[in-house]
Design a protein around this ligand. Structure first.
Ligand code: DGL
Length: 268
């Protein structure tokens, strides 16, 4: 048993879609979340910048006596996972490998679409990871940067979100994909609109499901699950704008959260 919390981070509210899944599958675990609301979006930034941000956040989370870290951000997982795993002496799980595993086991016609930020798509992390599981799978990728500000704004199910999704997802019309990876943790917040536009026949992959499963396996292996004697007290930290974050968090997690605390991440 290990009572220490799990550290989870993202550029903003997107990682809450991963928190939701961890809370579902591991309800006794305590979570310390950091959303980099001052520096979102990460998707348009370079590998070097995203890696610098990831290291600062991990240094901050490590001051909270955590037992593992989930990079709940595809952009940071795609661009920085290897480097931070080498740098820090703590188990760190990214979201790309679990998402790729899910996609390759679910596709039936071996035609998989991937949507993500510019930096995730540019890194080809999903293509490489999917091909590692099955080299016969054909992938079709597209960056959808406008989905991130829509999610941060809470515009996840209105006519603007619908029009943006329609314009982007036209890209997949003739591709005959049967599976679409939501390769950015902000995108599951727009899941309903994306599903409506792409059609019922395409299975949407939310890597968070597999990430939570992988975390559970890791904790079981290390005898690191938290004893359920006391209910977990989660904490939320941001680098800017607490009110907006709390509002979106309440929607994403379907319950209100304790007040988010603003910190100066540049100090770490
Ligand atoms: N939610 C993040 C991801 O999964 C980053 C979005 C962004 O900041 O551009 O890629």
């Amino acid at each position: 048993m290990d009572q220490r919390p799990i550290g989870v981070f993202d550029s903003g509210v997107g990682g809450l879609t991963v928190v939701r899944e961890i809370m579902e599958q591991l309800p006794d675990e305590e979570i310390i979340y950091f959303g980099d609301t001052a520096r979102v979006p990460y998707g348009s930034k370079s590998k070097e910048t995203v890696t610098k941000y990831s290291k600062q956040i991990i240094r901050f989370l490590m001051t909270k006596n955590i037992k593992a870290i989930i990079i709940a951000c595809n952009t940071a997982s795609s661009n920085s996972l290897e480097e931070v795993q080498k740098t820090f002496d703590i188990p760190i799980i990214g979201v790309v490998e679990p998402g790729a595993l899910m996609a390759s086991s679910i596709t039936k016609n071996n035609r998989v679409g991937i949507i993500g930020t510019e930096a995730t798509i540019r890194s080809q992390s999903y293509e490489n990871a999917i091909k590692k599981h099955n080299k016969d799978i054909q992938t079709f990728s597209l960056s959808c940067p406008l989905f991130v500000p829509l999610a941060e704004e809470g515009w996840t199910n209105n006519e603007v979100a619908y029009l943006v999704a329609k314009k982007y997802l036209e890209h997949f019309h003739a591709k005959e994909i049967d599976t679409l990876v939501l390769g950015c943790t902000h995108y599951p917040l727009l899941k309903d609109v994306i599903q409506e536009v792409i059609g019922e026949n395409v299975c949407l992959i939310n890597p968070a499901l597999e990430v939570a499963k992988e975390l559970k396996e890791l904790l079981l292996l290390r005898d690191g699950l938290r004893h359920p004697s006391q209910s977990p007290r989660h904490s939320f930290y941001v680098s800017d704008n607490t009110t907006k974050f709390e509002q979106i968090a309440a929607i994403a997690l379907k319950k209100s959260i304790p007040h988010a605390i603003k910190i100066d991440i540049e100090r770490y």
